[in-house]
Design a protein around this ligand. Sequence first.
Ligand code: SF4
Length: 323
Amino acid sequence: MSVLLQARDLVRLYRLRRGIFGRAVELRAVDGLSLTLQRGRTLGLVGESGCGKSTTGRLVLGLEAPDAGQVQVDGAPMPPIGGRAWRQQRARMQMVFQDPLGALDRRLSIGAQVEEPLIIHGLPAGPARVAELLMEAGLRPDHAQRYPHELSGGQRQRAVLARALATAPELLVCDEPISALDVSIQAQVMNLLMELQARRGMAMLFISHDLRAVRQVSHRIAVMYLGRIVEEGEPDEVLKTPAHPYARALVSAIPHPGRRGRRILLTGDPPNPADRPSGCAFHPRCAEAVARCRTEAPVLRPRPDGRLVACHLAHAPLLSQVA
Ligand code: SF4
């Protein structure tokens, strides 16, 4: 598989004013994050809400410019936002949002909304092409005449997908695409995403707080905490033997009838990107923290098993290697 997109050392800051005196606060939503997206493969990005997952998705798509770092598509830097080259690049990459009703225009028919990107990008349009796209997303051609409020939640998300497919994207960024759907519909939308990827060879960045959903669709999983990736590896490895204490806590929270071992309850305050702890940002909540964790930030680096982990204790040599 070839590399479609690389993000290197991305930083995204938001400057907020807080309190009656309007004290300026700097919020580091993404803090030195790197990732690689391969053609035809899915990278699952998982973590608690507020950890910077959605900001990462917008940076990857070029909807926001990073304060530092760079996104490269096919080895070339993402063009400046708003220009002609950027618009051409954007046609190659589409986003599917959590709330399909919010992503659709309630005043326009589904057909008009699916046709819109075809017209904007000068692609063959018309009812026949719209019908093809609707059917590819699992809708009927007559859904083109309906309005968003006349569709179910699952049908709306399919309509969003049909519109996203119009420009034949090479990358689909799916930001919590199933969390607003009924449980019975979630599996259908996940299966559709996997079918579309197999048929079209798209890369996908699948963003979710649901580790089970991420595991189902992903070829690789990245666990994110306070703006950084703390573990990245094959889904089975990360789910069966999570190496980072935060990943272990996430995995232990997945309900599983046959699971041995107890759920790891995280203690301490929830993460606040405006007040990042020193050293390892996870140390106030980590039961395994040692003195070094309070002062020295661990670097995301590979282990002998190929997994990337950012934890001082996850790189200790195995006993078999020491002997
Ligand atoms: Fe816990 Fe220390 Fe590892 Fe951070 S570096 S996850 S605080 S053990």
